[in-house]
Design a protein around this ligand. Structure first.
Ligand SMILES: Nc1ncnc2c1ncn2[C@@H]1O[C@H](COP(=O)(O)OP(=O)(O)OP(=O)(O)O)[C@@H](O)[C@H]1O
Ligand SMILES: [Mg+2]
Length: 258
């Protein structure tokens, strides 16, 4: 039976170290974090503080030195099938079209072919690329490639979305456009999200909670509940006084770390 009080994702007493021939780097220390079912949590923090490391532990790609991550109460060991990950430098398969990149996870899931086609078409439309289904990644702009990558993640439809700077190094305008689309879609599907960004405004606009990490070794330094109503306008919410106050407080926490 589902236990509704149990967090979807829980990280307990996490410590992660990297070893090279000459030194040991402590990337994360004493990290405690939980994400409720359907909750959107963002993590912000200075470059190199261990944000990507945190996601790699949750997605089972990295073994911690101490502590562990738990999904539905089960310790993560190896890659769990409930998670879907968008990496910091996400690559599409260059030899496949936009359409086939989105369709692939549906094929892996074993959906009948006509359903794969219907769903991939729906998702491409959702990210505004229905006119580009037969384009290959190199024929798309950087922002369009990111949108295909997002559509592909929605095709996996995981229980937990793990997203590492998913909007990447996009220009401000495209970033807002994609953020807007993503928020609209997420508000409909309502899955748990652990979202990494260095953009405070993006974090507030999207999240139920924003976590600030300290400089390396990364620890959780502060936590902010984002009490802004949903659905939210991804851009215009920035003019809300509550937003502005949160932005100031989070920036204060962050600026001490740089
Ligand atoms: N494979 C590795 N081997 C050794 N050290 C590593 C490795 N990967 C990461 N590190 C170190 O761990 C620390 C955290 O790296 P991580 O990539 O998690 O940072 P981040 O918060 O995601 O940074 P950014 O915001 O720049 O993406 C850094 O000091 C980095 O040098
Ligand atoms: Mg990173």
């Amino acid at each position: 039976m589902e236990n509704s009080n149990r967090p979807k994702l829980e990280i307990r007493d996490l410590k992660v170290e990297y070893y090279t021939k000459t030194q040991t780097t402590v990337a994360l220390e004493k990290v405690q974090l939980s994400v409720a079912d359907g909750e959107f949590v963002s993590v912000v923090g200075p470059s190199g503080c261990g944000k990507s490391t945190l996601l790699k532990v949750v997605s089972g790609l990295l073994q911690p030195a101490e502590g562990a991550a738990y999904i539905d109460g089960q310790m993560v060991q190896g890659v769990p099938d409930q998670v879907g990950m968008v990496f910091q430098n996400d690559a599409l398969l260059p030899w496949k079209t936009a359409f086939d990149n989105v369709r692939l996870p549906l094929e892996i899931k074993g959906l009948p072919r006509d359903e794969q086609i219907r769903e991939a078409e729906r998702l491409l439309k959702m990210v505004g690329l229905e006119g580009f289904r037969d384009y290959h990644p190199k024929q798309l702009s950087g922002g369009m490639r990111k949108r295909v990558a997002l559509a592909r993640t929605f095709a996996y439809d995981p229980d937990i979305y793990l997203m590492d700077e998913p909007f990447g190094p996009l220009d401000a305008q495209t970033r807002v456009k994609i953020g807007e689309e993503f928020l609209k879609i997420w508000e409909k599907v309502g899955k748990s999200v652990l979202f990494i960004t260095h953009d405070i405004e993006e974090a507030i606009a999207l999240s139920d909670r924003v976590i600030v990490m300290s400089a390396r070794p990364g620890r959780i330094k502060a936590e902010f509940k984002i009490n802004l109503k949903r659905p939210r306008p991804f851009y215009d919410i920035r003019f809300d006084p509550v937003f502005k106050e949160l932005q100031r407080e989070i920036w204060n926490q962050m600026s001490n770390e740089i």
